[in-house]
Design a protein around this ligand. Sequence first.
Ligand code: Z5A
Length: 213
Amino acid sequence: MANAPSGFFLTIEGGEGAGKTTAVDFIKHWMSDRQLAFTETREPGGTQVAEELRALLLGHHGEPLSDITELLMMFAARSQNLFHNILPGLEAGEIVLCDRFTDATYAYQGGGRGLNTQPVETLENLVQGALRPDMTILLDVDPEIGMARAKGRSGELDRIEQEKMDFFIRVRNAYLERARQFPEQFEVIDAGQSLEGVQKQLLDVLERRLGAR
Ligand code: Z5A
């Protein structure tokens, strides 16, 4: 399951309220302006079944989900998204833009929940084979700032957003550790700065890594 030669797998990561949705919109405009073919998707989600799993994962239930149930459901949704969106897009030579992917599992289930990385790696290999993102843009922000932004939106906090600040600090640290471990994959952007500042850095990254396509 290696990347198709001409496809490009781009993932966006970051903690709550880091500005991923805003960044995804910016990147889509940049690609459209250049007439680059792309597929957009998100995780957990992206297909009918994966979106149903998302609703279960983020919804509030009378019965708590065990950490392993949560981990398995993330990968079940991922398997659907890979089969229906990501692999076909890469095989067609497109840029596949995915809002969160397996680095989120290392950050949230590994770092946040405190699961060992070994079960995450085992499931990553099972579900994805050799497929890994070609580039991951990590929007890094102090969780206090990110949560304040997230709380500024309407609607109640979902099941994971309701975790305590310690959880989000562990998530951030796990993301930064992934970026240190895989410097060729990760582009880390300071998402605590103004929107204009973030977009300027995004533009630099896009021109440098995708400008030649
Ligand atoms: N999850 C997991 O645990 N394991 C996994 O493997 C995967 C996911 C794949 C759903 O993710 C949840 O699933 C997530 C991780 C978990 N945890 N939770 N809960 P999601 O990506 O759908 O949801 P999210 O992380 O909650 O995204 P978000 O809160 O919507 O944040 P965002 O998309 O990064 O932010 P935004 O909507 O672009 O911006 C938030 C607000 O801030 C908005 O009003 C913007 O206008 C504003 N903003 C954005 N940038 C700026 C700057 N630079 N300055 C000032 N204001 C800004």
